[in-house]
Write a protein of this length. Structure first.
Lengths: 100, 130
């Protein structure tokens, strides 16, 4: 725990616009994107008791976020700010297919 | 990102094995090597050790290979296939205790991030843990 940026936590809320909520394919995309960052990233459906590790595909699929729900994101670590921005963008743009 | 753990899908049915591999490729992408085998040489249901070895070779990665299986014989034949590999490769192949479709998608998702074989296996097996 020597990370110098450890102290700062970045957060954001974003509405889940995907037609059927957080089903398998969006969950895979969200997890793959989260894994590209060093930061610790957690998400939850707004108001839920527990935060979920955004890098765990099984837990993201199991969160069952419905269409129209608000997803809360928080991250800490060196690239936390970029991680939050990237995840917000992915969710807000309805999980587009990767350009690569 | 370098090498990623390869995924092998072994079902009694070639259609299930192929369909599962298709799901992995479409949902996770092409950065993870996925090989599959299923059915016996006559086109019926079954699994065969030589086909499993071929699939392991197709999906081979220096980071290792995770095998997802369906029922009984798929597991025992996969274990036998692993036993028949050269000793240096044997330790780089694991048979996951996980449902075949869900396990394959989750293992591949984890593998795509460059995770180790142990991490990939742990993610696939999370599904059977609770």
């Amino acid at each position: 725990m020597l990370d110098k940026a450890d102290g700062q936590i970045f957060t954001a809320n974003v509405r889940l616009v995907h037609a059927v909520g957080m089903h398998a394919r969006p969950a895979v995309k969200l997890t793959k994107l989260a894994k590209k960052f060093e930061a610790q990233i957690s998400v939850r459906v707004a108001g839920a008791a527990d935060w979920i590790n955004a890098k765990s595909v099984a837990k993201i699929m199991a969160m069952r976020a419905a269409h129209g729900s608000t997803i809360e994101i928080k991250a800490s670590g060196s690239d936390a700010e970029a991680a939050v921005a990237a995840l917000v963008d992915l969710i807000a743009t309805d999980f587009p297919d990767e350009a690569s | 990102m370098g090498d990623t753990v390869g995924i092998v899908i072994v079902s009694h049915s070639r259609d299930i094995a192929k369909g599962t591999a298709d799901m992995v490729r479409q949902m996770v992408g092409s950065e993870v090597k996925v090989a599959f085998c299923g059915g016996n040489p006559d086109g019926g249901l079954g699994t065969s050790v030589p086909s499993i070895i071929d699939a392991i070779n197709d999906a081979w990665s220096a980071k290792g290979v995770a095998i997802l299986v369906d029922l009984g014989g798929a597991e025992t034949n996969s274990e036998m296939a692993v036993e028949m590999l050269e000793p240096v490769r044997r330790d780089l192949v694991v048979v996951c205790n996980a449902p075949i479709v869900e396990g394959a998608v989750m293992a591949a998702t984890e593998a795509a991030g460059g995770s180790s074989l142990a991490q990939v296996r742990a993610v696939a097996e999370e599904l059977s843990a609770d």
